[in-house]
Write a protein that binds this ligand. Sequence first.
Ligand code: AMP
Ligand code: MG
Length: 405
Amino acid sequence: MNCPIPPLSLTAARTRILNTLIPLTATEPVDLATASGRILAEPLRACRDLPPFACSAMDGYALRHADLAAAATLTVVGTVYAGSPWSGHLAAGQCVRIFTGAPLPAAADTVVMQEQVQRDGDVIRITGQPGPGEHVRPQGDETRCGEYLLAAGQRLTPEHIGLLASQGLASVRVRARPRVALLTTGDELCPLGQEPGPGQIYDSNRYLLRALLAEQGLTAQDQGIIPDQPERLRQALVQAAATADVIITTGGASVGDADWLVDAARQLGEVFFWQVAIKPGKPFLFGQIGNAYLFALPGNPVAVSVTFRQLVYPALLALMGGAVPLPVRFRAKTLTALKKPPGRLEFRRAWLAMDAQGETTVTAVDKQGSHQLSGFGTANGFIVLEPDCSGVAAGEWVSVEPLSP
Ligand code: AMP
Ligand code: MG
């Protein structure tokens, strides 16, 4: 089974996927505590001023700045802690002891940090020259009620969750998650918990993919291990397509005699493209069966990781109406020489670090085979070598991509 069409570039494949997918429209309210990683369904505006009242940014003394010109000392007439406002009124020549986050007393306009104050009983002398309004966080300094906070399509990070909590929002409307069906293919696969028979290996892709999905807050309907039999494969795909928005398969998508996936996808639905000019990860297929999008990943586990991160993850994000960011890549100095024939875009597992000069360095791991998941044991990112690259000497700058953004 040969493909007459040359493999797509990674960029073209990604564009093709993003242009083809029709996002799911369903939304649901979720408790804020479980909203991290979800996609915001509607733009979010502040519903209150933050801070809600003018408050101190420092531990020190709250005073009227104009008083500083008039007298060398001020009298301390009270103390105000965070959470307990001071109800008194500040007269000329007076100040109050104040702590970070405490509401600024009426009439005070400046906070002098305690490090710039000499205190003797109830009298303070300022040693520095504080500016007017210093160390005061005015009401609404951070957000004004009605101000735009987050865009629809934003993937919620823990910091966004904190931001929403600061607005008092206990729940948030997010996009529904796609239903994902996961099936691995191959006569050689043995489920965990059983002793592998002759010629068998454990089904590591299932667990790798479940973990990759879990990182995105997604769980998969487990469709089990499908043997290399075209009829069984078609059955499994039809069954998955009936209940899932997305089908993810591994294996059987290459050009071997037992690789039935491409034929099955063509018979049951549409193949948008097959094969991408990357290494590892070439035998990748994107298609559709019924209403379900099909992502057929290669069998080799490292290729599963690369194609999921580069192609399936953006697709899932787009399906959920999320804004799809470009991959985060930066330059690093390679400490290892890298051999490479020109041709495909290559992902090499590597260790990113910072040297004594503060420069980012990268070292390729020893085990680079697409079957060698163990190479991830000492990897925290990828070196990305462009198709036309024909090798890199140690000390040259290369493009790198961290494993977790
Ligand atoms: P295939 O694309 O089906 O020819 O598989 C390529 C390689 O990946 C073969 O060595 C398979 O044994 C291996 N492989 C396929 N599926 C899995 C899996 N689920 N877990 C681990 N290795 C797999
Ligand atoms: Mg196979």
